[in-house]
Design a protein around this ligand. Structure first.
Ligand SMILES: [Mn+2]
Length: 441
């Protein structure tokens, strides 16, 4: 297909830094498609990829060979990446107009690198994209190649379970199994890199598991003192969450000699947003996972903060006191129903708090009036009609908590109470406005 010599490769196949199995598999696929190409593997490899290569040294000798100079390359094949900043080792490369660039990437539909040709589609794994070409050109795969390709496919798709997985990925897996991919080997290498230190930490965490029910979520918060640097704590925490089987798990890893705490969270419960919690702690993340680094904060305080954040102050930047209406129109237990009907006619209230001696004693709603059957009832005091099963909320709570109480009890308004005094009222409409971002500035 291509002419070239070993001293000055004409075609170079490369991939992203911290190469994972999909990246390594894609390079191997690139070498099958361009048999005379030389690979340029980044220096940084994921630990499980390193382990795989050290066992398969002979078969993938190219992976450990000293990289050839890329200066005179005429063609660059980029796999499993589409941007220059994801690549390394190309400093000698002349990116002039004579350089032909080809890209296979599954991270988007258009690469950031200006390429002469590209095959970019959002698929679970890059190797799926490259298999199209391998099948089309009838290139035979050895069982070991099929195993490596399947490792890439499984790792990137979480064994076909990640949301980005497509039916084409699943078909590619079937094809690789047909070509002899060895699942026993996969089990060995796809096991996360998990060493003695990580194991010790996990065991320590499991020795003192505590579980709490917070806001309807089962949560486990583990505090642990660690010495020196330990990497892959996030992996330890994922395993911990799986074993303890809670909606969310948090690890507060205290490094006393550095006076800092690493906080890591994992959740798979809708509505328990780890990213929000971590941002409140000064860190970051997404709904399922996140972390924060806190300096000079006592781990017990951090635990309390996490509990409070889960309790509903996750969106504590806006509180009920920001949404509520006040002053509140109230009535007394002796108020006649006819008067309440009159108030409802003149206002848009859906409910009125009933107050006696400055204390909230009941609520009367429009809906309660529907229960009236006789006109003569209008002359009775509301005492007999008001709802005494009171739901209320404190001014510091979040809109989310108000929404939960309203939905659970099917009510449209909540009195806001502080020190036994009613200081405002918050309605379903107020809360909806907040959620739909319609608050006035
Ligand atoms: Mn990939």
């Amino acid at each position: 297909m291509l002419k070239g010599n070993k001293m000055a490769p004409k075609t170079v196949v490369t991939t992203h830094k911290n190469a994972d199995f999909d990246a390594l598999a894609s390079i191997a696929a690139g070498l099958l498609i361009f048999p005379e190409a030389v690979p340029l593997l980044p220096k940084q490899l994921n630990p499980n990829v390193k382990a795989f290569l050290s066992l398969h040294k002979d078969l993938f000798a190219w992976a450990e060979a000293k990289p050839s100079p890329v200066k005179d390359a005429e063609r660059l094949v980029v796999v499993d990446a589409g941007a220059w900043n994801r690549l390394s080792g190309l400093s000698g490369l002349r990116r002039n107009s004579g350089l032909e660039i080809l890209i296979w990437d599954h991270h988007g539909t258009k690469p950031a690198i200006d390429a002469d040709w590209f095959c970019c589609e959002e698929l679970g794994a890059n190797i799926t994209l490259m298999l199209r070409c391998i099948k089309a050109e009838n290139i035979m795969l050895s069982p070991i190649q099929a195993t490596l390709f399947l490792a890439g496919l499984y790792e990137d798709t979480g064994h076909m379970s990640f949301p980005g997985t497509t039916s084409e990925d699943a078909k590619a897996a079937a094809y690789l199994l047909d070509n002899g991919a060895d699942l026993n080997m996969l089990r060995k290498f796809l096991r996360p890199a998990y060493g003695q230190r990580q194991k010790n930490i996990l065991f320590d965490m499991l020795k003192s598991v505590r579980r709490k029910l917070i806001n309807g979520y089962s949560v486990s918060i583990s505090r642990l003192e660690i010495k020196g640097h330990v990497d892959r704590l996030a992996l330890v925490l994922s395993m911990y969450r799986d074993i303890v089987n809670v909606d969310a798990a948090f690890g507060i890893f205290n490094l006393p000699e550095k006076q800092k705490c690493m906080v890591i969270g994992r959740s798979d419960a809708d509505g328990l947003n780890i990213g929000d919690i971590m941002r409140s702690l000064g860190g970051g993340g997404h709904p399922g996972a996140g972390s924060a680094l806190l300096l000079k904060v006592n781990p017990e305080i951090i635990e309390q903060m996490i509990v409070e954040l889960i309790e509903g102050n996750q969106q504590a930047s806006v509180q009920i006191s920001d949404l509520m209406s006040f002053p509140v129109k109230t009535v007394s237990p002796g108020t006649l129903l006819s008067e309440v009907v009159h108030i409802f006619d003149k206002n848009s209230f859906s409910g009125l708090p009933v107050v006696q001696d400055n204390k909230l004693v009941g609520m009367i709603s429009r809906r309660d009036l529907h229960r009236l059957t006789k006109d003569s009832q209008l002359k009775s005091p509301i005492k007999a009609f008001m709802n005494r099963d009171l739901k209320m909320i404190q001014p510091g709570k979040s809109p989310l908590q108000a929404a939960r109480i309203m939905v659970r009890n099917d009510i449209g308004h909540l009195p806001v109470v502080e020190n036994n005094q009613i200081i405002g009222i918050v309605t379903r409409t107020d809360v909806m406005h907040y959620f739909y971002d319609l608050l006035p500035d």
